[in-house]
Design a protein around this ligand. Structure first.
Ligand SMILES: [Zn+2]
Length: 74
């Protein structure tokens, strides 16, 4: 993931307008506000800031062994 840090500064969570932080491991942008905490995917270095596309923190399944297809193909 190669995100411009200045881009990251102007981005905000569309749901709660809080700043986002980049998570290099999951290649997501994570909302920094706790009750929200939505994780937005980054596709081809382009953040997808859509609430519909975001992963909700409440959906805690064991991320390591989740049967879902991993979107990370580098
Ligand atoms: Zn948020």
């Amino acid at each position: 993931m190669n995100l411009d840090s200045s881009l990251l500064e102007i981005l905000a969570c569309p749901q709660c307008k809080s700043p986002l932080r980049a998570d290099e491991r999951t290649e997501e942008l994570i909302c920094t506000r706790e009750p929200c905490g939505l994780a937005y995917p980054v596709r081809d270095d382009i953040p997808v800031l859509l609430v519909d596309e975001a992963r909700r923190p409440g959906e805690t399944r064991h991320a390591e062994s989740a049967g879902e297809s991993p979107t990370a193909e580098r």
